[in-house]
Design a protein around this ligand. Structure first.
Ligand code: KG4
Ligand code: ZN
Length: 351
């Protein structure tokens, strides 16, 4: 890939959870996306163990930076800026990325942008589909977050419309997969099992979609009741001694999640008079969610953009993509004492 072309050359570092990601972007062109994942080290615990993730980031950081530079065909001193996820995420994990980014920025004498992980999930789509439609409704669904946002300019701020009031969408996938004896992280395994099951086999609840709940929480999500309903259904089957139809449970559960997510995203676009919906985060890789969203949005004349699965899950390219946009639009860089902020609010784009 060519390192020359239009736009600022930015190296982005992501360490908010279990992926050490280093991406290199020139404007809207992706030059490298190197990833080292510690997911297998967490699998036996059924969830990410923060201390294990931090240690893995430390070990993977330098080799991943080197791999990214090599595959982009650039030298580190060619970059115009360093971008790094400042938050939200696991405190110790974020700290490794932020410390590495500061060291690079000081060593190279380049500006540093400590960016919001959620805004980066939005900005990454530019690498695949070009400039973001402004405004757009962004639905970010992952293991750690589920939010509906109105984005007018991703470099300035996002307007939160709603979020989960309990479990994140990906967390629900992971917990239900565990109930069904599927590996961690559960999303891709449920997606696969669901392909051979019936989505109408079991009528699981759709949280916050009717009555007072809907009035009070129009753009919020709740997946904890759904998870409990799946657990009760599976327990009842176990008690009766009948086998558990894993594919049908997976398909019916997945249908309930995707029904709620797409219904609320399209409703948000209609209410706010916005013609474009962007879906990001690990759960955006779900095959049913993509199809459902497109069908429902098309019926209202709304377009849907979903980056390819590799750009939906956590990666360094998304951080570099947001960094490049910040540089291109002349936004202020962060101070060198920028924090690793585990609870960085979604309204803050740059620390
Ligand atoms: O964005 P991400 O890589 O990390 C977080 O910031 O959490 O998202 C990981 C989440 C996990 O919960 C995983 O089960 C889910 O995304 N996921 C999926 C699929 N692929 C990943 N969920 C449903 N269907 C998928 N195909
Ligand atoms: Zn994420």
């Amino acid at each position: 890939m060519a390192a020359t072309g239009d736009g600022p050359l930015v190296l982005g570092i992501e360490t908010s959870c279990d992926e050490t990601g280093v991406g290199i972007v020139r404007g809207h062109t992706l030059l490298a996306d190197a990833i080292a994942s510690s997911v297998e080290e967490h699998a036996r615990f059924g969830g990410v163990v923060p201390e294990v993730a931090s240690r893995a980031h430390l070990e993977a950081m330098v080799p991943t930076i080197e791999r990214a530079c090599e595959s982009a065909g650039i030298k580190m001193y060619d970059v115009d800026a360093i971008a790094v996820t400042s938050g939200p995420g696991l405190a110790g994990a974020l700290l490794v990325g932020v410390a590495a980014a500061k060291a690079l920025a000081i060593g190279l004498g380049k500006p540093i942008y400590g960016v919001n992980h959620l805004a980066a999930h939005v900005a990454v789509d530019q690498l695949e589909h070009g400039p973001l439609p402004e405004p757009c409704i962004a639905m970010l669904v992952s293991g750690g977050h589920s939010s509906l946002l109105k984005v007018s300019d991703v470099t300035v701020g996002v307007d939160p419309l709603g979020a989960t009031i309990d479990d994140a969408a990906g967390e629900a996938f992971d917990k239900v997969a565990r109930l069904l004896g599927l590996p961690f992280p559960g999303g891709p395994y449920i997606d696969k099992a669901a392909r051979s099951g019936s989505s109408v086999a079991i009528d699981f609840p759709r949280g916050l979609t009717s009555g007072r709940d809907l009035e009070r929480h129009r753009f919020d999500f709740s997946f904890s009741g759904l998870k409990t309903a799946v657990a009760r259904w599976v327990e009842a089957r176990e008690r009766s001694g009948e086998p558990i139809p894993v594919e049908d449970v997976a398909a019916s559960f997945q249908e309930a999640v995707c029904d709620v997510l797409t219904r609320k995203a399209v409703d948000a676009a209609v209410v706010h008079g916005v013609d474009d919906i962007l879906i990001g985060g690990g759960v955006a890789a779900n095959s049913r969610l993509r199809v459902f969203a497109e069908e429902r949005a098309a019926a209202k004349g709304i377009r849907v953009r979903v980056p390819r699965p590799g750009l939906c899950t956590d990666n360094g390219a998304m951080v570099a993509a947001l960094g490049a946009e910040l540089v291109a639009r002349g936004r202020d860089a962060s101070d060198l004492d920028l924090p690793a902020d585990s609870s960085m609010p979604v309204t803050t784009v740059v620390a």
